[in-house]
Design a protein around this ligand. Structure first.
Ligand code: ZN
Length: 277
């Protein structure tokens, strides 16, 4: 489907043409953040640990502090040593005040993607980094809306059943046909609000501000992408997502996007349990 939105205006750093910024939304893309030699070493290290190269599903490897979904916090006991191919480039990260301590390396086989989502606000500091390598992939951004807020408030099980199925709450009087029509209308509406930026191999994406807290990001599952006007088959892509775990009193969020804010959702749930709503 053709996208109808152009990305917001970007500016190239006058002193470094590798750095492109979408200042209004706190998004930065740094081209050639790592060298081709570093990239080759990362791909080799990834597959040395996980040889299921030919699989069709996304494969993840976790390093640093693990996120504990039972306590909703960093697991202080569960720490996987961070490989040197990651620690080597950390001093080059543009925001040294947010040095990441949690790393997820992922392999996306050709054609695979990831549904639109907003990373948890309360458990990780503002700066989110994503290093891409292997092959280029377009990432879709969209300002979150009421449908995202509704999905994030669905019981966990129905969300996990299929994250983009647009299931209606059980109490909804809508018929299955209506539900499906609504879902298609929502999808079309959401698609028309999306814009994409190309993440070339060896580039580093930094999300802060609105792009971090208020926008969903996604990779559409596609066999081909249109890059510079040419249709090219999508190859395997790798990414390293880097986050800084919040601890103790730092856990929480006061962002301007309560619809997609996990801290606010937990407050709502607690208030409902206490009978305040
Ligand atoms: Zn928030």
């Amino acid at each position: 489907m053709a996208l109808t939105r152009e990305p917001p205006a970007a500016t190239v750093d006058p002193s470094n043409p590798n750095i492109v910024r979408w200042e209004d939304i706190g998004l930065t893309l740094i081209h050639n953040f790592i060298t081709e030699e570093e990239e080759a070493a990362m791909i080799e290290a990834f597959h040395a640990q996980d040889p299921q190269k030919e699989g069709k599903r996304r494969i993840s490897q976790h390093f640093g502090y693990h996120f504990d979904y039972t306590t909703f916090g960093a697991s202080e006991t569960h720490l996987t040593p961070v490989p040197s191919y990651i620690t080597n480039f950390l001093p080059r990260l543009p925001i040294q005040t947010y040095l990441p301590d949690q790393f997820t390396v992922q392999y996306y086989p050709p054609g695979t993607g990831i549904p639109p989502h907003v990373d948890t606000h309360s458990m990780f500091d503002e700066a989110l980094y994503s290093l891409s390598f292997g092959s280029a992939v377009p990432m879709q951004f969209r300002m979150s809306g009421p449908n995202d807020a509704r999905k994030m408030r669905l019981p966990k099980r129905s969300v996990q059943r299929k994250s983009d199925e647009n299931t209606e709450p059980a109490s909804s009087p809508a018929t299955a046909e209506q539900t499906q029509a609504n879902a298609q209308a929502q999808d079309a509406e959401e698609q028309s609000a999306c814009w994409e930026i190309l993440l070339p191999p060896r580039s580093l994406l930094l999300m802060t501000g609105p792009s971090r807290y208020g926008y969903t990001h996604a990779i559409r599952p596609r066999k081909t992408d249109v890059i510079d006007g040419k249709t090219v088959p999508r190859q395997g892509r790798y990414s390293i997502t880097m986050r800084t775990v919040r601890r103790g009193d730092e856990i929480g969020c006061n962002c301007a996007y309560p619809g997609v804010c996990d801290a606010r959702i937990r407050e709502e749930m607690a208030a409902r349990r206490d009978g305040a709503i």
